[in-house]
Unconditional design. Sequence first.
Length: 238
Amino acid sequence: MNTQPLVISPTDRLFLLTGAGVSAESGIPTFRDSNGLWCNYRFEDVATPTAWRRDPKLVWDFYSMRRREAVHAKPNPAHQAIAALQHRLADRLFLCTQNIDNLHELAGSPRTVHMHGELFKSRCESCSRPPFDDSQLYQPPAAIPRCDCGAQIRPHICWFGEVPYDLDEIYAALDHCTIFFAIGTSGTVEPAASFAAHAARHAKTYYVGPEPPANLRVFRQCFLGRAGQILPDLFAAP
Ligand SMILES: [Zn+2]
């Protein structure tokens, strides 16, 4: 099956939203994957501000495990096709991901907005010190790392109940895009699930993923299959 390259005019602006399906093609377990590591944990115990206050060691144990799992993952052809298109279109392409791994960066994407944070970054829970690169494992009996200010260092992750990052910039890009893509994202996690409907008021909307998304009706066209198989043809230079 060959997909015709997408027609992109010189005035088009693209917004790409990527989700767990793109990382899954690189072997990173998805939230709902029953074989995935999440099945051993309840998200209430490891991925909420309440969980952090109650048991920061358990939270760090969980994210240390995810770091260990993700550290050997490699970008797949979907990440590479997106990075190549980004280099071709420069600032006419806005890449927003729900994924916390660094596979877009490893594929060469010049800029990725991580609305749910980054697995390989940490930050102070209290002061304004910016997030910093961190691939350390903090598993028991390791102590919780501390900032110079004395507060605890936490994963740079947007937990359930917290507001996703960079939403002002994301909505500005949605407002100005002419072509919107949802890639490997199920259309169930808000606010990302509403981006397509937001963009559909003025942009052409496309979906790429293995199965129809929950918000299917807001898409003008769906490409069903693996993103790593579809995107290299779809994003090929005409
Ligand atoms: Zn601090």
